[in-house]
Design a protein around this ligand. Sequence first.
Ligand code: GSH
Length: 206
Amino acid sequence: MILHGYWRSSAAWRVRIVLALKGLTADQVPHHLRDGGQRAPGYLALNPQGLVPALVTDDGQVLTQSLAICEYLEEIAPEPSILPGDAAMRARIRAAALVVAADIHPIQNLKILRRLRDLGQDDQAWARQVIEDGFDALEALLADTPGPFAFGAAPTLADVCLVPQMANTRRFGCDLRWPRLQAIEAECLKLDAFRLTAAEHQPDAE
Ligand SMILES: N[C@@H](CCC(=O)N[C@@H](CS)C(=O)NCC(=O)O)C(=O)O
């Protein structure tokens, strides 16, 4: 498999975590987002959205959207499961993951912040507000779930989305006011699958 990504992409980090949790490997091809690598014709041919990650499977299929890729990896390598439990539990895990992947991250990613800057707005304040509002809700959503991970004794898709987004909270200087989320992050970072896949350990890290 080939993973097209970027060291500081939190969406690509989700995929790196799931690959590592499942003991799968992929060759990494970096695309420098600040230099516009995601809009190079060669990459747009793979992902017309001009976003990383994209995963090329062993039989040459191109998969996009990090959550779709994570679920693909779950299907080809079911153990350890990142979507365990019954239908209601899996729905709750997906909901927590989507708080990050659908409702926080897309409105604070690079192209949105650049557009805000172009419009003369304070993109950093925007990002902080979006993340803090979303994490306030996620902290409440996870208040009654069993630990030490977001949904019990092992990491799930919710943790996979949470940890990279926590890195973004620091990057944007958010007010770290989420004891439950921070405890989950600390637990995840005890695992190599989370720690060694972090931005600073990637081959293209600056
Ligand atoms: N929903 C997409 C989001 C992908 C995404 O926004 N990736 C960011 C990096 S984390 C990106 O490629 N940004 C480039 C840009 O905004 O131009 C996914 O989960 O894969």
